[in-house]
Ligand binder design. Structure first.
Ligand SMILES: [Zn+2]
Length: 209
């Protein structure tokens, strides 16, 4: 009997394959993901569980990709004038839990059990101040520029991992910033295809089955 496996049977690593991230719930962090803590965070109010996932789009300057400035802004680092157009962002105090760049690479700024400052004045199903109970995920992008395959795959993978790690997120809605701050915010914009995210979530589920 020949037990030797044919080379064709050896799975090839797929760079776009969904992955399962391990989340250290005590630390509120994804294991193995780059950690760049932001000072723009505080405690969630008592009784606020994680119940919503908000997707954002950001690029600095707008529509220019691959700059270090979105990460710098969310990390609370200084921004040079070349990073913005029009609005002076130097005094803006914002953060998010995660940023996913165009290559699908992720950086985390705030532990999930702490409050990140991404939604601003916002409402969801009769509740205000969505930052209190939301996880904020920024995608490097612009409202009218297609997001990348790698971003959908990373986002789907991390959403599935979050839902598995935090029972209160198991059936939590996924919404855009524009859904919780209509008239004020437009991101992630019409270029973000919710059907593609839904498909990627199904695939990520199959990959883990
Ligand atoms: Zn936003």
């Amino acid at each position: 009997m020949n037990l030797q496996r044919s080379p064709a049977a050896i799975p090839v690593a797929d760079p776009l394959a969904e992955v399962h991230y391990r989340i250290d719930v005590a630390e509120g962090r994804i294991v193995g993901v780059r950690w760049r803590p932001s000072p723009h965070r505080d405690a969630r109010p008592d009784g606020s569980d994680l119940e919503l996932i908000i997707v954002h789009g950001i690029s600095l300057p707008p529509r220019v990709f691959g700059t270090p400035w979105p990460e710098a802004l969310l990390a609370g680092a200084g921004l040079p004038e070349e990073a913005w157009v029009g609005e002076d962002l130097r005094t803006l105090q914002v953060s998010a839990h995660l940023l996913i760049n165009r290559r699908g690479e992720m950086v985390q700024f705030v532990p999930f059990h702490e409050r990140a400052w991404h939604a601003g004045r916002s409402f969801w199903r009769g509740r205000s101040a969505c930052n209190d109970f939301a996880v904020g995920i920024e995608l490097e992008g612009a409202d009218d520029v297609p997001y990348t395959d790698a971003q959908y795959i990373t986002l789907a993978s991390v959403v599935r991992s979050l839902r598995a790690a935090y029972p209160s997120l198991a059936h939590a809605p996924l919404v855009g910033h524009s859904d919780v701050a209509p008239g004020r915010k437009t991101d992630p914009g019409p270029a973000f295809l919710w059907t593609r995210l839904a498909e990627a979530l199904v695939r990520a589920g199959r990959a883990r089955a």
